[in-house]
Design a binder for this molecule. Structure first.
Ligand code: 5GP
Length: 111
């Protein structure tokens, strides 16, 4: 599904873009700032697969997330990679949830 966002078939507000990485708002925000950061490649279902194959792309996703947290919040943020259906993953194209703003709750979850 995120492949259609990368190809432009599903239009999104692009918040950041590099050769390998794209960031756009989550359609159903769970925090004052809730941005998805994804690799453009559709080859990786989860963060472990991406880390093993393309660690530099993962590092780029983290750098993009950090810079978006500075742009859209106070530079402090939470980065979540749901990995597997029982961990809450519904889209099997690796993505980081960048959560920022006032994250007052103490759980590690997104809601
Ligand atoms: P997951 O549950 O796999 O960790 O996260 C998938 C996320 O993608 C959810 O937070 C959901 O709101 C978001 N999402 C699903 N479809 C779309 C879409 O078409 N556009 C955008 N911007 N976000 C989407």
């Amino acid at each position: 599904m995120f492949a259609k966002i990368v190809s432009g078939e599903i239009p999104v507000e692009i918040l950041a873009e590099t050769d390998r990485v794209l960031a756009f708002p989550d359609i159903s925000p769970q925090a004052p700032v809730h941005i998805l950061v994804i690799p453009k490649s559709t080859a990786y279902a989860n963060v472990a697969e991406l880390a093993a194959a393309e660690p530099e792309t993962l590092a780029e996703m983290v750098a993009v997330a950090r810079s978006l947290a500075e742009e859209h919040a106070n530079g402090e943020y939470r980065l979540i990679f749901n990995s597997g259906a029982t961990a809450g993953q519904t889209v099997f194209h690796v993505h980081a949830h960048l959560l920022a703003g006032n994250l007052e709750e103490r759980s590690l979850g997104a809601s």
